[in-house]
Design a protein around this ligand. Structure first.
Ligand SMILES: NC(=O)c1ccc[n+]([C@@H]2O[C@H](COP(=O)([O-])OP(=O)(O)OC[C@H]3O[C@@H](n4cnc5c(N)ncnc54)[C@H](O)[C@@H]3O)[C@@H](O)[C@H]2O)c1
Ligand SMILES: O=C(O)C(=O)C[C@]1(C(=O)O)C=C[C@@H](O)C=C1
Length: 362
């Protein structure tokens, strides 16, 4: 059993992990070249400062949560510095890090890569969340030389923070995340970039669709430049496919606008239906089969405490919230809360809320 975990890099992911492990009873020590980042993580409950440990108080497990372009070097340095510890990292691309470890000539048995499929569009410890990893996939990336003990130590922390473990070789992982994480980031950024020069009245019409598609366009450009560069070949391959499909849409729209429409509607419809099929494959919580939740839409007055009151009313009625998003009315004194619940709870929830004076939105 691991008891002392060292986290190297105390930004969003490092601090979130420190908070979750500390809450689960692990001793967590924190290290970061930025003393402010380290102290902030400490203040948020992510662990204690490594600088305050007694000499010889060494970790059994080191988790490197630094920016992708330095992770290989920091992992190698950690293997050297703690000659008996298991070392892992949480970087978004795995093959380049494994290559650095193998090229170092050090004991690669103690290294196993990993990647929590959880994050946010914000960076730094201030954005950290203790429950960030809860219900998310956590990929463990063993290699030919990694020891069972190393894999077990990483699995232990992934499970403790509530993640569903997936095991995958580095190359396969990198190809998978190109499609499920890296290209979605490019797509969001491209769509959002098109808004940059849009006149204000047009941007002002933005609704939930645009917000859903562009949330991650707010991500840290330095982090994502490194991720895309580190997985260039795999991301390019997926994007070539995206480009071919976009070209089909562009051609179909061109023939529709020129009045030569034969086949064009079929092209558009096939693409949209293929999107339905792909979207329906996205797994639910803990990697379970996608769950079709029922959505109850509630008008929420734009006054302090309204949303809290709504959630309290739901809790009092014993109905579990699966997901929620809030849409702000354009210049309206209310917003709409879209509340996802398991289908069997939708009717009781609607009745309870109506009985308590809430107005439902069709
Ligand atoms: N952001 C996400 O959504 C997400 C999700 C999963 C995994 N990851 C991976 O987690 C890692 C950290 O990402 P983040 O979002 O927490 O970034 P972040 O910018 O929030 O934090 C990175 C931290 O690393 C520190 N750092 C910089 N150079 C360092 C070095 N040489 N040694 C040690 N620490 C150093 C920085 O001071 C900073 O505190 C990345 O490798 C990223 O690929 C990110
Ligand atoms: O939710 C988000 O904000 C994320 O982008 C998280 C996300 C992802 O694509 O799912 C982003 C990069 C990481 O390597 C892992 C997780």
């Amino acid at each position: 059993m691991t008891s002392h975990v060292r986290i190297v890099g105390t930004g969003l992911i490092g601090a979130s992990l420190g908070m979750a492990l500390t809450a689960a009873g692990f001793r967590v020590s924190l290290d970061d070249p930025s003393p402010t980042a380290c102290r902030l993580a400490r203040d948020l409950g992510a662990g204690m400062l490594a600088t305050q440990l007694a000499p010889g108080d060494d970790p059994q497990l080191v988790v490197v949560a630094a920016p992708p372009d330095v992770v290989g070097a920091v992992v190698v340095d950690s293997l050297r510095r703690w000659p008996t510890a298991v070392v892992t990292d949480v970087a978004s691309v795995k093959q380049t890090i494994l290559d650095s470890v193998l090229a170092s000539g050090l004991d690669a048995a103690r290294y196993v890569g990993s990647h929590p499929m959880a994050g946010r569009e914000r960076s730094g410890a201030a954005a950290a969340r203790r429950d960030l990893f809860d219900g998310r996939a956590w990929v463990i990336v063993p290699h030919a030389q990694s020891s069972e003990e190393a894999v077990r130590a990483v699995r232990e922390i992934a499970v403790v923070v509530g993640s569903a473990v997936r095991v995958m070789p580095a190359r396969e992982h990198d190809e998978a995340v190109a499609a499920v994480s890296h290209v979605p980031q490019v797509a969001a950024s491209v769509v959002a970039a098109c808004l940059r020069d849009l006149p204000e009245p047009a941007v002002g019409l933005a609704g939930q669709g645009l917000r859903d598609v562009t949330r991650i366009a707010a991500s840290d450009s330095r982090l994502w430049t490194q991720i895309l560069a580190g997985n260039a070949a795999a991301v390019r391959e997926v994007l070539v496919n995206v480009r071919a499909q976009l070209d089909e849409v562009v051609d179909a729209l061109a023939s529709l606008s020129a009045g030569e429409a034969e086949g064009a509607l079929g092209t558009l419809s096939r693409l949209l239906e293929a999107g339905n099929l792909g979207q329906a494959r996205i797994p639910g919580k803990h990697g379970a089969a996608p769950t079709a939740y029922a959505v109850v839409s509630v008008l929420v007055p734009d006054v302090p405490g309204s949303l809290a009151r709504l959630l309290t009313d739901m809790g009092d009625a014993g109905i579990n919230l699966e997901d929620m998003h809030l849409e702000h009315g354009l210049g309206q004194p209310f917003g709409v809360a879209y509340i996802s619940v398991v289908p069997a709870s939708a009717e009781p929830l609607a009745e309870t809320l109506t009985g308590l004076g809430w107005r439902l939105h069709d």
